[in-house]
Structure formats: C-alpha cells, structure tokens
Design a protein around this ligand. Structure first.
Ligand code: PNS
Length: 195
C-alpha cells in the first residue's frame, strides 16, 4: 500500500512550459506522451513581452486548445515569471520538456538544474518526441514558412492554415510594394529619357 495513495487531492500534475510559436507536431507528440504518464498536464505558454512573436499569446492558446481538446487531462494556460513558481502555483510536481537531439541537451540540462536549485522538490522529466520530428522546431517552421517553403507534415493542419493566413497578406504587400517600386522606377527612367 503506497504511503500516499494517489487520490483526487494528490494528482500527479505536470506542466509543459514553452513558447509554442507556433505549436509543431513535435510539441503535439510530446503532449500525447505526457498525457499518458501524468494525471494532468498543463501546457503553459510563456507570455514574454521581450520577444516579438509571430502568433499572439491569444492565438497560440486558441490553437493549442483546439489541438488538445480530445485529451480530458490536458489543459492550456499562460504564465509569466519563473516557470518553477508557476508550477508550484498549479500544484505540479514535474516539468515536462522535450529533448530532440544531443544539441538540446546542454540548454535543457542547465534549465533543469537551475529549476532544481530554485525548487528542489520539482522534477524535470525529459521525453523524446518521435524520431520523424527530431529536426522540427518552431523557429525553423517560422523561417521556412516566412520564406514561402512548405511546412506540411511538420505542424498540424490548423497551424499550417494559420501560418498561411498570417503570412499571405505580408507576401501580397511585399509583392505589391516591389511592383509599385518597379513601376515608379520605369516612369522615372522614361521621364529622364524624354528630358
Ligand atoms: O519553448 P522554449 O522557448 O524553449 O521554452 C523556454 C521556457 C519558456 C521553458 C524557458 O524560457 C522558461 O522557463 N522561461 C520562464 C522564465 C524562467 O523560469 N527562467 C529560468 C529558467 S531556468
């Protein structure tokens, strides 16, 4: 008989903190895995006013809520300040983070040890996403999408659509500006020839 049987008041809660700008299939893979080992998983989006995000926090909350609505034990929230303070606030005993490749390890180890220094009672749990997502990051997804490349299969369809919606007007504007500048340059050169 365990000393502290897990009941309603002693749930095994984890937070999964991150920027999620945008959520990728790697994030979703980790949420799926996390939902299986924790009683409750809180996907916690950092509200970071210093960063210049592609998607607003509200947009990211909306996407993640839709993408995780079929999990009864997953919820989405936002936080600012220290991750460990937020974890304690929601009664979490673990911080879930994904490790894709060796290159992630150093940064993740530093964060995990700093978090342990701040709150020794919190455990960081590392999980690996499926191999096929081992090179997928939000930063690369943003970059490829912004430069007009395809991110099909790397992000959920909803995110793909939202990326298109977000970036298409920018492309149209850039194209419009380029052709306007070209026309204006043409007019100027014709005027110079006439003079
Ligand atoms: O998705 P990301 O950008 O890799 O997530 C990084 C995140 C949000 C987990 C990290 O920056 C973080 O925990 N920020 C909150 C501030 C904090 O607690 N800093 C000390 C971490 S050791």
């Amino acid at each position: 008989m365990p000393r502290f049987p897990r009941g309603h008041l002693n749930k095994n809660i984890a937070i999964y903190p991150g920027s999620f700008d945008p959520p990728t299939n790697g994030h979703l893979d980790l949420i799926e895995r996390g939902s299986k080992i924790f009683d409750e998983l809180v996907v916690a989006i950092l509200r970071n006013p210093e960063k210049d995000p592609l998607f607003s926090v509200t947009e990211r909350v909306g996407m993640l809520e839709t993408l995780t609505e079929h999990y009864s034990n997953v919820r989405v929230d936002t936080f600012d300040g220290l991750t460990v303070d937020y974890a304690v606030k929601v009664g979490a005993s673990s911080v879930l983070r994904g490790i894709r490749a060796l290159s992630d390890y150093e940064y993740e180890l530093q964060m995990a040890l700093m978090n342990r220094k701040l709150r020794p009672e919190l455990e960081t749990v590392f999980m690996m996403p499926a191999e096929k997502y081992s090179y997928v990051s939000s930063r690369l997804v943003r970059e490829v999408a912004q430069l007009g490349g395809s991110v099909k299969g790397l992000v959920p369809e909803l995110v793909e659509q939202n990326l298109r919606g977000k970036l298409d007007p920018a492309y149209r504007l850039a194209e419009f500006r380029a052709s306007r500048d070209e026309r204006s340059e043409g007019r100027k050169s014709r005027a110079r020839k006439k003079a």
